[in-house]
Design a protein around this ligand. Structure first.
Ligand SMILES: O=C(O)CCC(=O)C(=O)O
Ligand SMILES: [Fe+2]
Length: 336
């Protein structure tokens, strides 16, 4: 089966006007047709990518006791380590280990918290056995933010909007989230590494190692996203589906476990708008608007314009243990 996933070279964005227009048109088509594409020539070296995957290997090679010192269950901000099967996607446990970081900020005091999602803000948990991991991953997160911001502006242009049409939603800095991930081999054919889902933010950049496993749903069929050295796999998240009134689609994707004896490492970077933003519905020109049929309506996964609430929805669903420990009272309150 031929892969439907296009390959885009970001270099074109910085060449002459006609290359730039070509890139924007190709980007718009990829984002609307598949919602997934490979991005090459993005300015981040292969050596740096390899270093991040090496850091993932070093982190997951720590002992269970060391990893548990930074387990997510200690963090109301959903930071740190998750063991195999502790995350749920589509209601089923994922066979993957993860290490999650976001912006390194102090937590808000209780009196400053008026919305549940404000508890997402806070510090990361860092393993003291790997002293260089903090500066490496925070700088990686900054670099991927730069790439994502350029893509977001180009996507706005592809929708025939000003490049800064969504700038207000990120004027205090976008909400960023980076994961290191390890998928262990499984004797079960197509075991759930991560179940089918959409990403909640604007854009996601995935760095894969040489082992396949990521799959994307396109025209009711699942396609493998084969590894492509040096490229990021980019996908459209729910906030862009909302902003474009469904013209762009947040595409379902999943990861199947590698077979026994193979371990797959990846890293995902998610960029949303700032948590206190509400994502506007852009006014598309009529020739695009006629294809914008509204965002997907799935009662099991409502798409929320309020960014903090949309991000929170995803975090609580994925990590019910963290949610039960730190958010149980809010849940009771919202139903009272
Ligand atoms: O590991 C991957 O290739 C993708 C992971 C993913 O889709 C996610 O964590 O949202
Ligand atoms: Fe994802």
């Amino acid at each position: 089966m031929q892969s439907p996933i296009p390959v885009l070279s970001m270099r074109k964005l910085y060449l002459g006007a006609s290359d730039r227009q070509q890139f924007i048109a190709d980007l718009g088509r990829a984002a609307r047709d598949v919602g997934f594409f490979y991005l090459e020539d993005h300015g981040i070296s292969l050596a740096e990518q390899v270093k991040v995957l090496d850091t993932a290997k070093s982190f997951f090679a720590l002992s269970d006791a060391e990893k548990k010192q930074v387990q997510m269950i200690h963090s109301p901000h959903f930071r740190g380590y998750s063991a195999n099967y502790s995350e749920l996607t589509a209601g089923r446990p994922d066979r993957r280990e993860q290490f999650d970081i976001m912006d390194e900020l102090p937590a808000l005091s209780a009196s400053a918290i008026h919305h549940e999602w404000q508890k997402l803000i806070g510090p990361n948990q860092w393993p003291r056995q790997l002293p260089a991991i903090k500066s490496q991953l925070l700088s990686w997160q900054d670099k991927l933010t730069e790439v994502s911001l350029q893509l977001l502006a180009a996507l706005c242009e592809s929708l025939e909007q000003p490049a800064d049409a969504l700038a207000e939603t990120i004027s205090n800095g976008p909400y960023r989230h980076t994961k290191l991930i390890k998928y262990p081999g499984s004797p079960e054919a197509s075991g759930q590494g991560v179940g089918a889902h959409k990403d909640p933010g604007y854009l996601t950049l995935v760095l894969q190692d040489e082992n396949s496993g990521l799959e994307v749903e396109y025209e009711q069929q699942w396609y493998k996203v084969a590894p492509r050295p040096g490229a990021f796999v980019v996908n459209i998240g729910e906030l862009l589906e909302l902003a474009s009134n469904g013209y762009l689609k947040a595409t379902n994707h999943r990861v199947s476990s590698p077979k026994t004896g193979v371990t797959r490492y990846s890293s995902a970077f998610f960029m949303a708008a700032q948590l206190n933003a509400s994502v506007p519905v852009l006014k598309l020109p009529s020739h695009l608007a006629k294809h914008a049929k509204g965002p997907t309506s799935d009662p099991g996964n409502p798409l929320l314009h309020n960014v903090g609430e949309n991000v929170m929805k995803g975090r609580k669903r994925s990590h019910p243990d963290v949610s039960a420990r730190f958010y149980a009272s809010e849940e009771k309150c919202s139903s009272c």
